[in-house]
Design a protein around this ligand. Structure first.
Ligand SMILES: *Cc1c(COP(=O)(O)O)cnc(C)c1O
Length: 386
C-alpha cells in the first residue's frame, strides 16, 4: 500500500471518539455510565406508539421527500413560532436532517470554503472539529474558562480576521452548561453583522434551560438572514436513537444546506418523522415536566458530587455537569477518567478532549444526569468512596 497514510490529512488526529473508549470501559467494568449523554428512560409512550403505527401503516417506510415530510416541516415551523416567536415557511425555510449531527455537517460543508476560519465556543461538541476539518476550514477557539465559563466578547472581537466566515455557537452549551444571555447574544450578533459573518447555532438543548428561557440568536436584528438554527428531537424527547433533526433558516441558507445534505444521507428516519411531528405538538406540560425532572436530577447529582469533594459548576442548561477534580488532589482529567471505573465503578468524560487549549480543560470532568434517580443515587454513593 506504499507509505502514504490511509487517513487523509484533514482527518488525522481525530481518531476514535472519547465516547467509544469510555462506553467500552463502562461495559468491560460493569460501571455506571455517566459519560455519554443518552437517557436511560425512553420518551413519551404515545410518541413511541406513533412511530410504531407509522411503520405498520406504511408511513415513511419508503424514501420520504428530500427536505423532510410536510407534516414535520409544518410542526417544526409551528414549534419555532410557539416557543420563540420565530416565523419560518415550512416549504422553503425548514429542512429535516439525520439528527443535529447531519445538520451541523451539512451546514459546514455547504457554507465553508477551504481556508475559511470558524470561531467556535471551546470546549467544542466533538463533531464540530471533525466537520470543520472535513470542510477544509480552520477552527479558532473562543475559550470558555472556569469558573464562570462566559464568552469574553473582547477576545471574540480580537479573533475575527478577514478570513473569518462563520461563528459556530452552542447554547445551552455542552459540556459547560452555559446559557448565553440576551446581552451576550446581542453583542455577538452585532459583531456578526459588522463583519458580515454567518452563524450556525446548535440549539439541541433549547428546552433544558433551568433559570429562564432559551434565546435564539436568529431572533435578533440582522440575524435571520445569516443564521442557520439547528435542533433535534433526540434530547428534547429522549429518543436519541431516532436521529431526527432539523434546520430553520432563510430560504437561500436552507437551499445551500440542503445541497450538501442531499448527498450525505439524502433522507432518513421516515416513520420517525411522523412521530416527531406529533412530539413537537405535545402540550406545554410535557416540556415543563421534562425540564423540572432534569432540574431535580441536576441537583441530585450536583449535591452528590459536591459531597464527594468535586468542585461543581452547576449548569444553567443541558443535562451535563462540568466539575473540577483539583479539590480531590487530582490534576489530570483524562487519567482520572481512565482510572475511575476501576476505583469506584463510575464512568465520566474528561473535558480536555473538547479543547484545543488543553490547559483550560485539563482538570475538568463531565458527568451526565439524564439517568434514573436510583442510578444517580448509586453513582453518587460510589463516588463518595474517592
Ligand atoms: C447530542 C448533541 C448533538 C447531536 O444531536 P443528534 O440529534 O443526536 O445528532 C449536537 N450538538 C450537541 C451540542 C449535542 O449535545
Amino acid at each position: 500500500m506504499g507509505t502514504r497514510p490511509l487517513l487523509n490529512r484533514r482527518l488525522q488526529g481525530l481518531g476514535t471518539t472519547i465516547f467509544a473508549e469510555m462506553s467500552a470501559l463502562a461495559t468491560a467494568t460493569g460501571s455506571i455510565n455517566l459519560g455519554q449523554g443518552f437517557p436511560d428512560t425512553d420518551g413519551p409512550r404515545e410518541i413511541a406508539e406513533a412511530a410504531a403505527r407509522a411503520v405498520l401503516t406504511g408511513q415513511g417506510n419508503q424514501y420520504p421527500p428530500g427536505p423532510g415530510i410536510p407534516e414535520l416541516r409544518q410542526a417544526v415551523a409551528e414549534h419555532q413560532q410557539r416557543f420563540h416567536g420565530l416565523a419560518y415557511d415550512p416549504d422553503t425555510e425548514v429542512l429535516v436532517t439525520a439528527g443535529a449531527t447531519e445538520a451541523i455537517a451539512a451546514a459546514l460543508l455547504a457554507l465553508l470554503e477551504p481556508g475559511d476560519e470558524v470561531i467556535a465556543l471551546e470546549p467544542f461538541y466533538d463533531s464540530y472539529a471533525a466537520c470543520v476539518a472535513m470542510a477544509g476550514a480552520i477552527r479558532v477557539p473562543l475559550t470558555l474558562r472556569a469558573p464562570a465559563f462566559r464568552p469574553d466578547l473582547d477576545e471574540l472581537r480580537s479573533l475575527i480576521t478577514p478570513r473569518t466566515r462563520l461563528l459556530l455557537l452552542n447554547t445551552p452549551h455542552n459540556p459547560t452548561g452555559t446559557v448565553l444571555t440576551p446581552e451576550e447574544l446581542t453583542a455577538i450578533a452585532a459583531l456578526a453583522v459588522e463583519h458580515d459573518l454567518l452563524v450556525v447555532a446548535d440549539e439541541v438543548y433549547e428546552h433544558l434551560v433551568f433559570n429562564g428561557v432559551h434565546h435564539p440568536i436568529a431572533a435578533l436584528p440582522g440575524m435571520r438572514e445569516r443564521t442557520v438554527s439547528i435542533s433535534s428531537a433526540g434530547k428534547t424527547f429522549s429518543f436519541t436513537g431516532w436521529k431526527v433533526g432539523w434546520v430553520t433558516a432563510s430560504a437561500p441558507l436552507v437551499a445551500a444546506v440542503r445541497t450538501a445534505k442531499q448527498y450525505l444521507t439524502y433522507v432518513s428516519a421516515g416513520p420517525f418523522q411522523y412521530a416527531v411531528a406529533e412530539a413537537l405538538r405535545l402540550p406545554d406540560e410535557y416540556f415543563a415536566g421534562f425540564r423540572a425532572d432534569l432540574l431535580r436530577k441536576r441537583d441530585l447529582l450536583a449535591d452528590g458530587l459536591e459531597a464527594a469533594g468535586f468542585q461543581v459548576f452547576r449548569p444553567e442548561g443541558t443535562y451535563f455537569i462540568t466539575s473540577d477534580i483539583t479539590p480531590l488532589g487530582e490534576k489530570d482529567g483524562l487519567e482520572f477518567c481512565r482510572s475511575l471505573p476501576a476505583r469506584c465503578g463510575v464512568v465520566a468524560i474528561p473535558n480536555v478532549v473538547f479543547y484545543d487549549n488543553t490547559e483550560a480543560g485539563r482538570s475538568l470532568v463531565r458527568f451526565t444526569f439524564c439517568k434514573r434517580d436510583d442510578v444517580l443515587t448509586e453513582a453518587v454513593s460510589r463516588l463518595r468512596r474517592l
